[in-house]
Design a binder for this molecule. Structure first.
Ligand code: HEC
Length: 467
């Protein structure tokens, strides 16, 4: 499976016409799959036999599976999509968001690169076609006896990982914050020490706003790990994210025999993005940490790497990205990082700000052949989605591979989140400045592990060994 997406060869994404799936485009894509591979791809069953598409029979099951996680009472989305009465007024907006692939918030190009993820919440082409057809036909209810039983949701009290790992070893809480009823978005960045007195390995983390009310104001929450590596003299440095909470992203379980290392003196540097919801709410964010038992050391250490999507320049002791985005223009920049050991990449999380448009993650192998790993074609700054590769799809790459990140920024009026297309924009921390990098959890492996992996994955192996 892994081979097909990854090794199918790169198509320069910027050269491809915008393919934001119209129904026709989806249908053509489906046809192409049938013709190329001779396998039928899913085409909408409803309506094909002349039967009208109805909410009760066709749409409610899709919404239960793909929307209600966020679109139900007490969750963060602005409206509930549970009953027909709740859904009907939104029919037009639903079609639009779904066809443009803005909802569910999964902004990965489905036609290029790896397509198997642990946390995929996207709709498939057939589901998009059915929703679209249902709206075009007047969004009928249909027969209420066809309605599926309402979906049951786990009680928010407990930690979701408790059933698997028992009680967390410890729970860290951020300093609470009071978000006023009205006003602009706020970013809050407190520090919390991590109570370990000796090096300990983390096997899973789970994060959540402290209360259900807190969910409504918490746009996202990041927990960066800060610690000093032995042998360095830098003081605690930010090692990237330990965990991110965003609707739908609640926990990380590291792969077998793999973990993150916590050192004494480490701390969490939180970054909460809060928004006002018409009512004053005070809340904190909680992070549950599940450790490997004392003395049990996983073989592999996952480290969070920042792969730049811009050239870099030095400034004193800091490293800055180079970005020059003139008014009313779209720019393309890129950055390269060489893997010094063979490695598995666990995820891809593009990071840009308000003008972020798209980001490509590509591997340039030692024989200089290129492989597209992932392409987020319609980045949305409101959704810092972390795309976690499925166990059997995470790319394993040889030593010497160059990770190439290409970033596009759109400083025109066409970019909906752009506050002012007449401004020049450069690299910087503020949301109105720009950045471009990919956060990737990298697990370094040995040459022997790599050879073993190649032997087990002949399809991928052939492509790499061909060099
Ligand atoms: C991960 C959480 C999440 C999932 C899953 C999700 N949504 Fe949303 N949805 C949101 C949030 C939050 C907003 C408001 C912010 C935004 O527009 O991005 C939203 C906005 C919308 C809007 C626009 C509402 C408006 O004010 O115009 C529509 C329509 C919508 N969602 C439909 C859907 C449908 C249909 C599905 C399932 C097929 C879905 N969403 C899945 C969280 C989600």
């Amino acid at each position: 499976m892994y081979g097909i997406g990854l090794f199918a060869g790169a198509v320069a994404p910027e050269k491809r016409a915008s393919k934001r799936g119209t129904q026709l485009a989806n249908y053509m894509r489906c046809l192409a799959v049938v013709m190329l591979f001779g396998v039928p791809c899913l085409v909408p069953a409803a309506g094909d036999d002349g039967r009208p598409v109805t909410f009760a029979k066709d749409i409610a099951p899709i919404f239960q599976e793909k929307c209600q996680n966020c679109h139900r009472a007490g969750q963060m989305a602005p409206m509930s999509l549970v009953t027909y009465e709740e859904v009907r007024p939104w029919a037009k907006a639903i079609k639009q968001r779904v066809v443009l692939r803005q909802m569910p918030p999964w902004h990965m190009d489905p036609t290029i690169g790896i397509q198997k993820f642990q946390n995929d919440i996207s709709l498939n082409d057939a589901q998009i076609a059915v929703i679209s057809k249902w709206v075009d036909e007047g969004a009928p209810m249909g027969n209420k006896d066809d309605m599926p039983a309402p979906r049951k949701w786990p009680n928010d009290e407990g930690w979701q990982l408790a059933s698997q790992f028992g009680k967390p070893d410890f729970v860290l809480k951020s300093e609470p914050y009071t978000m006023p009823a009205k006003g602009s978005d706020q970013w809050f960045k407190p520090l919390t020490p991590i109570p370990v007195t000796e090096p300990r390995w983390v096997r899973a983390v789970e994060m959540r706003p402290g209360t259900p009310a807190g969910r409504r104001i918490t746009h996202h929450a990041l927990a960066f790990l800060q610690q000093e590596e032995p042998g360095t003299n830098t003081g605690p440095v930010t090692q990237g994210l330990l965990m991110e909470w965003a609707v739908n992203k609640n926990y990380d379980i590291y792969r077998p025999n793999t973990g993150k290392l916590l050192l004494p003196g480490s701390r969490i540097w939180w970054e909460m993005h809060y928004h006002a919801v018409g009512e004053e709410i005070r809340d904190d964010v909680e992070l549950a940490v599940y450790l490997y038992p004392k003395g049990q050391e996983p073989k592999y250490r996952t480290v969070l790497a920042l792969f730049p999507g811009t050239p870099l320049t030095g400034f004193g002791t800091s490293v800055l990205g180079v970005l020059d985005i003139p008014p009313n223009s779209v720019t393309e920049t890129d950055g390269y990082t060489t893997l010094r050991e063979p490695a598995r990449l666990e995820n891809f999380q593009p990071h840009m700000h308000l003008r972020g448009k798209a980001m490509l993650l590509e591997a340039i192998l030692p024989d200089s052949s290129r492989r597209t790993l992932s392409y987020v074609d319609h980045f949305d700054v409101n959704w810092m989605t972390n795309y976690i590769y499925a166990d059997d799809a995470a790319p394993v790459l040889p030593k010497g591979t160059m990770i190439h990140v290409v970033a596009w920024h759109d400083n025109t009026a066409a970019q909906k989140s752009n506050p002012d297309p007449t401004q020049w924009v450069g690299w910087g921390d503020r949301t109105v400045d720009e950045m471009a990098h990919a956060w990737v959890n990298v697990t370094y492996i040995t040459e022997d592990d790599y050879k073993e992996w190649l032997a087990k994955n002949p399809q991928a192996g052939a492509a790499i060994a061909a060099r």
